[in-house]
Design a protein around this ligand. Structure first.
Ligand SMILES: *[C@@H]1O[C@H](CO)[C@@H](O)[C@H](O)[C@H]1NC(C)=O
Ligand SMILES: *[C@@H]1O[C@H](CO)[C@@H](O)[C@H](O)[C@H]1NC(C)=O
Ligand SMILES: *[C@@H]1O[C@H](CO)[C@@H](O)[C@H](O)[C@H]1NC(C)=O
Ligand SMILES: *[C@@H]1O[C@H](CO)[C@@H](O)[C@H](O)[C@H]1NC(C)=O
Ligand SMILES: CC(=O)N[C@H]1CO[C@H](CO)[C@@H](O)[C@@H]1O
Length: 442
């Protein structure tokens, strides 16, 4: 009897060794499960490479690691990502973006009409759900999950091209505040793209995993996600390898666009001081906004930036009638410093700490109880924002992963775990939290 057991034992050991040696000397298997980040403004796809133990965020043909979350319908094609953006200016009514804000959500009558006014495309209410009205050579409606599916299909194709093999399985992230219905419709979008979803994980959990926090000894993790238009703060608690979202708060009207807008208003005022009129032509305003955006990005790395834009000012503002005075070409130039940018935005930056304090209060934690702080979203690159957060906690936030790719990196790690990448990793599982609500300040 004991002989039999020891024989079974040695068979198992031999199999184990064979597996181990195979792992060492055979080429690593190709990833079979992809990780998807379907964002409001950008989306990306990543895979976990078992050989190197690293995440690869997949690039498109042009080497870009994310694609805009836009889908454009033309007479002959449905375009997604950059191809959709390329035709957006000439096809604005049929180019849908921000569809994530509508997916799986039920709306009260009247709300969608108000939302529709904010967009160049038309949003209608179909029995409480949002639909987009498309008019090419015929008129039809599409659902937010259909729009999502075209983006996911594009990401799937990018992954297949890179891996050289078809892909059928994925893990996808969603905002922590998504309810069951929003999660279901996100899964439906993936199904429409021919993908089976093995797991849905929360974006803040994914960001924490990007930093390997599922493998180390931490209890309380605070995730600050500051994007173009929204701020989301989540307090995660890790218990025995499982992440639980303890509290969520945010501000859905605070983000990078607001910081740019402050610098834009300052800049137009400088134009008015210098030339006696503010820019009024659409193209001038567009060029100025682009220059302001570039300057904002530069000020993250440099103490000052130069805004230089050719403008066509009219001596009397607003007189765009054909008989009015001819536009007067000038070149506007202004140096802006990081200090100025910070002064223009200080009150907005301070607002970031409001939901941070809320999640700590709701989680019954002091700031000293937070073990790690994870920053997500492009706007968290702004040095003053990093300083505000590290001063508040008295410790440095985790910033080594690109804040725009932290979520997709974590989702790809989870995809690697689901795909059974060997050797086994410590896996973090998420405890679903059905009753949590996000506190919103705006
Ligand atoms: C729309 O027009 C294109 C050519 O412009 C044609 O190929 C296509 O079949 C038309 N679609 C419908 C539904 O009429
Ligand atoms: C609208 O929703 C209700 C309840 O969910 C359902 O009974 C009804 O059939 C729906 N109507 C349409 C036109 O889809
Ligand atoms: C979500 O999907 C699951 C599984 O298909 C289903 O059991 C559940 O009722 C759905 N929930 C909602 C709110 O749609
Ligand atoms: C930003 O930096 C780049 C490279 O350093 C430079 O080419 C560009 O002119 C700068 N833009 C502004 C607005 O300062
Ligand atoms: C600066 C900082 O806090 N870095 C931490 C980021 O997360 C890792 C865990 O993977 C910690 O070990 C670092 O100290």
């Amino acid at each position: 009897m004991s002989g039999e057991i020891s024989m079974i034992g040695s068979v198992i050991l031999a199999l184990f060794l064979a597996g181990y040696l195979g792992q060492q000397y055979l080429p690593p298997p190709k990833p079979k499960v992809i990780g998807l980040d379907l964002g409001t403004t950008f989306c990306s796809v990543g895979v976990f490479r078992p050989g190197s133990g690293k995440v690869e965020v997949i690039e498109d043909e042009e080497g870009r690691k994310s694609i805009p979350s836009a889908v454009s319908f033309t007479n002959t094609a449905v375009l997604a990502g950059y191809e959709a953006m390329d035709v957006a200016d000439s096809n604005p009514q049929n180019t849908v973006y921000d569809s994530k804000r509508f997916i799986g959500k039920m709306f009260e009558p009247g709300v969608l009409e108000q939302e529709s006014a904010r967009y160049p495309f038309q949003v209608t209410n179909n029995n409480g759900s949002a639909e987009f009205v498309i008019s090419t050579n015929h008129t039809f409606t599409v659902s937010p999950e259909f729009v999502g599916s075209r983006l996911l299909l594009r990401l799937k194709e990018m992954a297949e091209r890179q891996l050289g093999a078809p892909v059928h399985k994925a893990v996808i992230s969603v905002p922590a505040e998504f309810d069951e219905r929003q999660r279901n419709y996100t899964v439906r979008a993936a199904n429409l793209a021919g993908l089976e979803i093995l797991r849905v994980i929360n974006e803040p959990t994914a960001a924490a995993m990007a930093y390997g926090l599922h493998k180390v000894d931490v209890f309380n993790v605070l995730v600050v996600d500051l994007g173009g238009g929204t701020l989301d703060v989540s307090l995660l608690n890790k218990q025995g390898g499982m992440f639980l979202t303890r509290a969520m708060a945010g501000n859905n009207k605070l983000g990078g666009q607001d910081f740019s807008q402050r610098l834009f208003l300052y800049t137009t005022e400088r134009v008015r001081q210098q030339f006696g009129v503010a820019p009024a032509l659409k193209e001038d305003i567009h060029r100025l906004r682009q220059a302001v955006e570039a300057a904002k990005l530069n000020l993250t790395l440099q103490p000052s930036a130069l805004i230089a834009v050719p403008l066509h000012l009219r001596p009397h503002q607003g007189s765009e009638s054909p008989g009015g005075p001819a536009p007067h070409p000038v070149v506007f130039q202004a140096a802006v410093t990081r200090q100025l940018f910070e002064e223009l935005n200080e009150d907005l930056f301070q607002k970031i700490l409001v939901p941070v304090e809320t999640v700590l209060a709701e989680g019954h934690l002091g700031k000293e109880d937070v073990d790690e702080i994870v920053l997500v979203g492009g706007s968290t690159r702004i040095p003053r924002i990093r300083a505000l957060i590290s001063d508040f906690f008295g410790k440095e936030p985790n910033t080594s992963v690109d804040p725009d790719l932290a979520v997709v990196t974590g989702v790809a790690i989870q995809a690697g775990i689901m795909g059974g990448s060997w050797p086994l990793q410590v896996s973090a599982i998420e405890i679903p939290n059905r009753h949590l609500r996000k506190t919103n300040f705006s």
